[in-house]
Design a protein. Structure first.
Lengths: 193, 229
């Protein structure tokens, strides 16, 4: 009985020390981590928009600037190894798209990671009607199918948002958004693919 | 003679043994997953080497300090908890202060927690030795792993990318960008950057290290005396 109590006490001490170190470091790094995420998200938005993106974008149900000349839409599409998170720019019936998070097979699905492959950058500003007709990538059928479906999903999401927050009533900011700019990225790509 | 005897004083041998003779990469073939995956450039290799060094030094020292209160029956979960804590601290610090590098090697920093090299040193050495010796062993292990990473990183970057020390600014700030050397205008072996190239180059490098080690052993006075009694 006594040895069991000793073991439990030892485990509590070790767990407590580890927890203390983690919480203290989390508190001291929270500010720079948040700033880095916002900076990265802003850089991605600006890359898609090909000019400096507004820093005060208001997001409603994953859509920003729903009633403007262009719209950002973020969402997910089911891939081979789980949901693939994307960020799309819709502009005059054309789409530019980046994958922000995925767990697809490294090596095979590298083409959807804009940090490793220029495939998505080369498709920038593709007509939405043509996006679904992109040539398949051999060996990554399901991943590519998810990619081709993202344009339609983004359009549907935009349509639903506009229905819920009609532009006539609230031209640009129907409701104050609780979504923050740093959530655009929804975390870094979890796979190194 | 068994090497890991308890209650020996701190000795430089602990360092050299862990770094060279008992090198985690070429002698024990441990931690190969991050070693092969991240050693495609010197910058990535340096980042992982620093992260691994922080974890192995921190965890070895902590485990040695806590070795008298860590229950024997639950020692492995305790080791993993301590190693996971240091790995998470590394991830937080990298994300806060070296974000661009973190974006490139995040996955492999996170799996340091499952690195057999670190758990192995905790179980075999740190949990049975005083802090001084555990620290020397951790320093040796970290330096040995860094040597293997940097060697592979340099060879693979030169052959596969034609450069040496590119992107060092991700680690050490804008001034470090000037460290980049252009060795080849056209990379002579693009395969070196890919996983098969990593296996081939690592295999050749480890064979060379083993060969040099065997030669050194054969030429020591002790070995000579055994040959010619």
């Amino acid at each position: 009985m006594r040895s069991q109590l000793t073991t439990i006490a030892a485990l509590l001490v070790i767990g407590g020390l580890c927890g203390l170190a983690l919480t203290q470091t989390y508190e001291s790094t929270r500010q720079p981590v948040t700033e880095n995420r916002i900076r990265q998200a802003q850089a991605l938005l600006s890359e898609l928009l090909q000019r400096q993106a507004p820093v005060d974008l208001q997001w409603q149900q994953g859509v920003a600037n729903a009633c403007g000349d262009w719209q950002f839409v973020r969402g997910t599409s089911p891939g081979y190894a789980g949901p693939i998170a994307y960020l799309a720019l819709l502009q005059n019936q054309h789409i530019s798209l980046r994958v922000t998070r995925h767990q697809e097979t490294p090596g095979i699905a590298d083409f959807i990671d804009h940090r490793k492959d220029r495939y998505l950058a080369e498709q920038d500003n593709t007509a939405i009607a043509d996006w679904a007709q992109l040539d398949n990538i051999s060996g990554a059928t399901i991943t590519h199918k998810a990619l081709r479906g993202m344009a339609a999903r983004a359009q549907t999401q935009l349509h639903n948002t506009r229905e819920q927050y009609p532009c006539e009533q609230n031209p640009t900011q129907a409701n104050p958004s609780r979504e923050t700019q740093s959530e655009v990225q929804q975390g870094e790509p979890t796979s190194e693919s | 003679m068994k090497y890991n005897r308890a209650n020996q004083p701190v000795s430089p041998n602990d360092f050299t043994h862990a770094a060279i003779a008992n090198n985690p990469a070429w002698a024990q073939l441990l931690g190969l997953c991050p070693l092969l995956a991240v050693s495609n450039t010197v910058a990535n290799a340096t980042g992982l080497a620093l992260a691994s060094a922080f974890v192995v030094i921190g965890s070895n020292t902590s485990i040695s300090l806590l070795r008298r209160i860590i229950p024997d029956i639950a020692r492995l979960p305790c080791f993993v908890l301590i190693i996971a804590t240091f790995t998470t601290l590394t991830v937080m610090l990298l994300e806060a202060y070296a974000f661009d590098l973190y974006s490139r090697i995040a996955l492999f920093v996170q799996i340091i927690v499952t690195n057999c090299m670190i758990l192995g040193r905790a179980e075999v050495f740190a949990s049975r030795q005083p802090v001084g010796r555990a620290l020397m062993d951790a320093l040796g292990t970290a330096v040995g792993f860094a040597l293997a990473l940097l060697l592979l990183g340099a060879v693979r970057e030169v052959l596969g990318q034609g450069t040496l020390m590119a992107d060092m600014d991700l680690l050490f700030g804008p001034a470090a960008a000037a460290l980049q050397l252009q060795v080849f205008a056209v990379p002579p072996l693009a395969l070196a950057l890919l996983p098969p190239g990593a296996f081939i180059i690592a295999g050749l490098a480890f064979a060379l290290a083993q060969s040099l080690g065997s030669t050194a052993k054969a030429t020591t006075p002790h070995a000579e005396a055994q040959k010619h009694p």
